[in-house]
Design a protein around this ligand. Structure first.
Ligand code: 5GP
Length: 369
């Protein structure tokens, strides 16, 4: 029964709206990169190996780990490699639309600028081979689109899987106002290259809302959709400010008090729910007590997301399975949840039309309940 449900969750076409590039890297890749740096004497491999393989991490431990990940991944070729792998991994589990977010990085020692970092990401997207990644510059062909989604698999036809990929640029909370503004301007510059939005993320106990506000307001003026990590820690002033700012989407929303909760619900701002991440980092006390249930019952717009599939050893299929097993959602309810997420994507209507068609096709053909 459990195996059948897990399989069904993998087969379900899914939409991923909250995945950090460097948090989604496979353990095996991280270990390989760590071994190479260990051999060159840059790090002590044995120490790093234990950190990478450890399961169950607190929020502060996660951010220490990201610093390590960035040592391992921050050169152009590696950024290209991990991008290619991450897209392939999501497509393999039938994610049909992926918004991958990443922080453009300046790294003088590697001759890296925010722009060259993003060029390395774009190179990775174009290098995807095992699956058909539909990028910003692809021509959409409706007949092909339907035949090469997971629908093809469910029909018993084995074809290359198709995944639509778009990018969000993250502002790291450690950044200055000027660096945050650079990221927004870069997002604008790369609008025709698959960048569809701005994210505010990074260690939630670092930095001040006022530092990023000018950049977020600038993005708003430019018409760039924004998603903000909200309420990972009980910072009342900031939660209030974020809700007042009214971004297009919110991530996590863990530590809201009754009043903030009411405000969130009346705002109808779609929420990116990251179950495993929240439980592992202490944002939610347990799966059973996760705020997903309250928002779902209130019919609040939601999408299930992985956050950092590598870091938390999860997958989007697993997140759907966890919702089914914890909150007794039926297959039909899971299907509607996945289908509903299309509406919260930052992508243009043309692509949304194709994505809606994928779900309608699956439903019409009776391939899913
Ligand atoms: P990158 O942007 O380097 O591709 O992905 C890793 C970065 O995403 C981290 O350094 C951090 O800034 C951000 N990030 C990943 N997971 C989380 C999370 O759960 N909460 C917050 N606030 N930031 C995160």
């Amino acid at each position: 029964m459990e195996a059948e449900m897990r399989e069904w969750c993998v087969a379900l076409p899914k939409v991923e709206l909250h995945a950090h590039l460097n948090g989604s890297v496979r353990d095996s890749t991280l270990l390989e990169l760590a071994k190479q740096l260990g051999d060159r004497g840059v790090i002590v491999f044995e120490d790093v190996k234990d950190v990478i393989m450890k399961n169950g991490r607190s929020l502060p431990e996660c951010f220490k780990l990201f610093d390590l990940f960035h040592i391992l991944t921050t050169d152009h070729d590696t950024v290209t490699r991990i991008t290619k792998e991450v897209v392939g991994d999501f497509a393999a589990e039938n994610v049909v639309y992926l918004e991958i977010r990443t922080t453009p990085k300046n790294n003088e020692a590697k001759g890296m600028t925010k722009r060259s970092y993003m060029n390395a990401v774009l190179k990775g997207l174009k290098a995807v081979e095992d699956v058909d990644a539909v990028l910003f510059d692809s021509i959409l062909r409706p007949d092909e689109t339907l035949s090469r989604t997971p629908v093809g698999d469910l029909d018993g036809v084995t074809k290359k899987k198709k995944i639509y990929v778009r990018l969000l640029l993250s502002i790291d909370r450690r950044e200055t106002t000027s660096a945050a503004l650079d990221t927004v301007n870069l997002a604008m510059e790369m609008k025709d290259q698959g960048v569809v939005g701005i994210d505010l993320s990074g260690n939630p106990v670092v930095g001040e809302w006022e530092t990023y506000l000018p950049a977020l307001e600038h993005a708003k003026e430019l018409g760039i959709p924004i998603t903000i990590h909200c309420g990972e820690v009980p910072n009342r002033k900031e939660i209030q400010a974020v809700l007042d700012f009214c971004p297009q989407r919110l991530g996590h929303v863990c530590c809201l008090n009754d009043e903030e909760w009411k405000k969130l619900k009346s705002s109808m701002i779609p929420v990116e729910i990251c179950l495993t991440s929240n439980v592992m980092t202490g944002g939610a006390p347990s799966l059973e007590l996760h705020h997903f249930a309250d928002l779902y019952n209130a019919k609040h717009p939601l999408s299930l997301c992985t956050d950092d599939s590598g870091l938390f050893s999860t997958s989007l299929s697993n997140e759907y399975y966890l919702v089914a097993s914890t909150f007794s959602l039926s297959k039909a309810e899971l299907f509607r949840l996945a289908q509903g997420a299309v509406e919260f994507a930052f992508v243009d209507d043309e692509v949304k039309k194709f994505l809606r068609a994928v779900f309608e096709h699956v439903a019409r053909k009776g391939l899913m309940p």
